[in-house]
Design a protein around this ligand. Structure first.
Ligand SMILES: [Zn+2]
Length: 388
């Protein structure tokens, strides 16, 4: 199968983040096993989803993991001019379809190069690591990383995460932490604002506290110019509460999106926020003993990527991509999780993030072909006896 045939097949599985990915992962498994490479599935607890990993080449330390996710974002509410789950070539040099760039293009690259990887005399192994539920919070990667570490006697050294980067090497990614905050106040007539505890008023105070926290970090010099914006951001994108202008709201809730630069720890920020919530509760208990602020994780925090320019993986990715320019991205990805697992990690994949998550997502055919060139270069690096 050509890389375009493979991409067409992968796009035809409409597996969204949060849904079962067994259809696509079993197809990938069968494809890989038809080349006499054995694979390992890492199922979730219910057995409804699974990640996959495999090794091509010798059981020797120093190999490289190629990582991709099999899920995509929804198409609902988007105005597609083609069928999003049918890879479409309209003759403009682009292939349209959901996931064509984010990130089934890279998986198609990996699968297309499998025969060459097998034929090459690899002196260092190449691994595939394909996950699920990346688009709903990078949920599967931590377990996949642990499974890889415990499944092989040898130790892989590098991880390349093939998120769309136009095949440019990406060495930094912000961390992300999403939380839901619920405020429980007391209801009453609006005139009793001093005798009750309005959940909306208290929620608004908490939001200002969070905004002040962001500004305090900036003023304290927590700036990392590699990122845009160069600071940690705390943002509330959703706020619910209240029933009428003349009723004090007893319930309010909002969602908080924290995106951290590497020097800031999201858990430190949230712990400080929790402490503030406890003291605010104590202050208002004399008015309403049940006043309560709950701070609930939407999903576990996704750690940042901060790969040092001196790490060997940077030399490797510069060599195989033919690109010396290092950059960072603002989106969340599994790269930080692979780095946390002990693998030197970078992001580098075909297609542009500008096309991801929107209607008429596409990948340029040239990018797909260039992705093959990068992997071909990787094969030759991993076949040299010198590189480690
Ligand atoms: Zn992605």
């Amino acid at each position: 199968m050509t890389v375009e045939n493979l991409l067409e097949k992968l796009v035809s599985f409409p597996v969204l983040g949060g849904e079962s990915n067994l259809s696509i992962i079993h197809w990938i498994k069968e494809y890989i096993e038809s080349h006499n490479i054995s694979t390992t599935l890492v199922p979730n607890e219910e057995g409804t989803k699974a990640s996959l990993h495999c090794r091509i080449g010798p059981a020797i330390d120093g190999g490289v993991i190629l990582s991709g996710h099999t899920d995509v974002v929804p198409v609902e509410g988007q105005e597609w001019t083609t069928d999003p789950f049918k890879l479409t070539d309209i003759g403009d040099g682009k292939l349209y379809g959901r996931g064509s760039c984010d990130m089934k293009g890279f998986i198609a690259n990996c699968l297309a190069m499998l025969p060459e990887m097998i034929k090459a005399e690899l002196t260092k192994p190449i691994y595939f690591a394909f996950s699920y539920d990346e688009e709903v919070g990078c949920l599967a990667a931590p377990e996949l990383v642990e499974h890889i570490k415990s499944s092989y006697t040898e130790k892989p050294k590098y991880a390349i995460i093939g998120e769309p980067s136009l095949l440019e090497p990406i060495v930094g990614q912000k961390g992300i932490y999403v939380l839901n905050i619920k405020v429980n106040g007391s209801a009453g007539h609006s005139s009793r604002i001093k005798q009750e505890v309005s959940a909306i008023h208290e929620g608004a105070r908490l939001i200002l506290w969070l905004e002040n926290k962001m500004n305090t970090l900036i003023e304290a010099g927590h700036i990392d110019e590699r990122f845009h914006p160069p600071h940690t951001s705390l943002h509330i994108g959703k706020f619910n509460g209240g029933i009428a202008h003349n009723v004090i709201a007893d319930k309010a809730s909002f969602s908080l999106d924290v995106r951290t630069i590497p020097m800031d720890n999201p858990h430190d920020i949230i712990n400080e926020f929790r402490t503030h919530c406890r003291s605010r509760e104590a202050e208002l208990h004399s008015i309403f003993p049940e006043f309560k602020i709950e701070v609930i994780e939407d999903h576990p925090s996704v750690t940042h990527l901060d790969t040092n320019e001196n790490e060997d993986v940077v030399k490797l990715i510069k060599t195989i991509s033919g690109n010396d320019q290092l950059s960072t991205v603002a989106y969340a990805a599994e790269a930080g999780q692979f780095a946390e697992g002990g693998f030197q990690s970078v992001i580098c994949g075909p297609g542009s993030i500008a096309q991801a998550h929107r209607a008429n997502e596409f990948i340029e055919k040239e990018q797909l072909q260039n992705g093959l060139v990068v992997l071909r270069n990787l094969i030759s690096e991993m076949s040299l006896s010198g590189f480690n």
